[in-house]
Ligand binder design. Sequence first.
Ligand code: CA
Length: 238
Amino acid sequence: MPTGQAQGSAAPRVLVVEDERDIAALVAYHLTREGYRVRTASGGEEALEALAAERPDIVLLDLMLPGFSGYDVLAEMRRREEWKEIPVLVLTARREEADRIKGLELGADDYVTKPFSPRELVLRVGAVLRRVQAPAVSAGGRVLRGGPIAVDLAALRATVDGAELDLTPTEFRLLSSLLERRGRVQSRQQLLEHAWDIHAHIETRTVDMHVQRLRAKLGLAGDYIETVRGFGYRFRPT
Ligand code: CA
């Protein structure tokens, strides 16, 4: 059974976008061995064609592609209604924080810096898929409320004053985690574990980027997510 695959569901489809053939082949080999169905694309245009041909469950996206770059692919995916929910794990050779942040700002769910171990990559793919597919938090049809914000855990809907928010799966889980533990301060590490289902090998800066985007989408209600300096975040107690 593939790592992180839900029992009984079909093998998850992974689209690997990578122009370095050795890396693409290595990644494809390890994912296939874990039971994933893998399709590869060696450039940005080819990636868009592959997306249109068959919707993947997750995209592993190299940012540095010749021509139509990984950033372009990501931006296009987040623009298009039919693709914007697909989780994206960014692969980047660049160590500069600015590039990773740009990827996260454009709506990537997570990133892996090259060189990476195939084992770690497979685990990360499993974690991202679990996070997207599983219910946000343990709850049966509950609606969490805080100020003008409501989160329907069963319907996977979040609203502000009744207006539905357009959240990515990661943002939804982040908001649910904060609201579920309302008034309690949560460290970035705790948020990673609750909302990301990842226990190591990820930088807490990722949490900051996602909180920033979530706040922007909440508009004025974004103030309900408070920064607790030097520690983390909390959903305003009252
Ligand atoms: Ca590349």
